[in-house]
Design a protein around this ligand. Structure first.
Ligand code: 4NP
Length: 150
């Protein structure tokens, strides 16, 4: 059975699609399944932000076919690891939990990876530089997380 990992942010169009794409790329050939979701439903059905698609493509990763969806209570029940980008995502994901066991599956991507950054910042209202920063941070985190879990 593959280990199921869910990447979570607010809109599921900037950060978590990148985390999903990077994680899939880095875990290729290993027994993982990865998906992503947003705590909000603003962008349901939308493709990732063009700036996320661009920075991923620049690094050889195609995320253009992803479609945004909202995080559900069923996700919390069925995924093994729910890795969130910031404290607000953490609280919103906790709100969907029905047990301590479910809460224990949820962690900040940064802290679960042993990264010194406290969170993955929201690049939506910024410029391309923010997306570069997020890509590099998410890449470091996924690499470290995989090292810890394989
Ligand atoms: P994400 O970024 O959570 O990394 O996908 C955002 C995308 C959209 C919005 C906020 C953050 N928004 O307010 O629409």
């Amino acid at each position: 059975m593959p280990t199921k990992v869910l990447m979570v942010c607010l809109g599921n169009i900037c950060r978590s699609p990148l985390a999903e794409g990077v994680f899939r790329h880095l875990s290729k050939g290993q027994d993982f399944e990865v998906d992503s979701a947003g705590t909000a439903n603003y962008h349901t059905g939308a493709a990732p932000d063009s700036r996320s698609i661009a920075i991923a493509a620049k690094n050889g990763i195609d995320i253009s076919n992803q479609k945004a969806r909202q995080l559900t209570a069923n996700d919390i029940a069925t995924f093994d690891h729910i890795l969130v980008m910031d404290e607000q995502n953490l609280q919103n994901a906790y709100a969907l939990c029905t047990s301590a066991e479910q809460r224990a599956k949820i962690a900040l991507l940064t802290s679960a990876s042993g990264h010194e950054a406290t969170h993955v910042p929201d690049p939506y209202y910024g410029d391309e530089k923010g997306f570069d920063f997020v890509f590099n941070l998410v890449h470091d985190c996924c690499k470290n997380w995989l090292k810890k879990h394989t």
